[in-house]
Design a protein around this ligand. Structure first.
Ligand code: ATP
Length: 217
């Protein structure tokens, strides 16, 4: 199976783009959903995390205290590495199993932290959704009502836009002009960016179908 890794910074439009690919019948697997399921209450990985980080990362009902864990790993790079060492092999294993069960020309693996977690070896091609940092901030503020500072901290913890663009095989421009138009005009014109994105997605879809066929997959 030809695998396209879909990535981009917070609020860049990954989910929006993935939804358009899915609308073309392309299977989309979301690494964040896989990671989420792995640490659900009662899962073996949650026990390993509890052993590694202690009861401070657990809620009274036996589920993961995500906020506590995220505070720990954002404050300490070693703890972050520890969590990654527990989760990454499991995530890759699950992604592999899900991919093996698919029948399609190619699939999209949505992996927000593809570069940061060194998972590029797992995909055949890297697609980056790109927009300006100002655009990311305004979209996430509108969507999640986070403070500008909080969003900037998250952006700073991710690979820079310049590096991400340089590592891309393909780029989708989901730039500020569309964003501003929609944020300004709100729901009335909310189909505008998606139309523009859809053209880019269609072109890439054709490319990925032919790449997959040329590789005999
Ligand atoms: P996250 O990294 O937080 O998971 P994401 O990269 O998946 O985010 P989306 O959820 O697709 O990004 O988009 C972020 C927000 O911006 C959403 O509210 C979405 O509707 C909006 N959005 C996406 N693309 C555009 C655009 N071109 N113009 C305006 N708004 C957009």
């Amino acid at each position: 199976m030809f695998k396209v890794g879909l990535t981009g910074g917070i609020g860049s439009g990954k989910t929006t783009v993935a939804t358009i690919f899915a609308g073309l019948g392309v299977p989309v697997i979301d690494a964040d959903q896989v990671a989420h399921a792995l640490v659900a209450k009662g899962q073996p990985a949650l026990l390993v995390i509890q052993q590694a980080f202690g009861s401070r990362v657990m809620l009274a009902d036996g589920s993961l205290n995500r906020r506590a864990l995220s505070d720990i790993i954002f404050a300490d790079a070693e703890q972050k590495k520890c969590l990654e060492a527990i989760l990454h092999p499991l995530i890759i294993d699950h992604l592999q199993q899900q991919v093996a069960a698919l029948a399609a020309d190619y699939c999209i693996l949505a992996i927000p932290l593809l570069f940061e977690t060194h998972m590029t070896h797992f995909v055949d091609r890297v697609l980056v959704v790109d927009c300006s940092v100002a655009c990311q901030v305004s979209r996430v503020m509108a969507r999640d009502h986070y403070s500008r500072e909080k969003i900037q901290t998250i952006i700073n913890s991710q690979i820079s836009r310049v590096e991400r663009r340089a590592k891309a095989d393909d780029l989708i421009d989901n730039s500020s002009m569309d964003c501003d138009a929609v944020l300004l005009l709100n729901a009335v014109h909310s189909n505008i960016p998606h139309k523009l994105l859809a053209e880019q997605v269609k072109t890439l879809h054709n490319l990925y179908c032919s790449l997959s066929r040329s590789q005999g997959r």
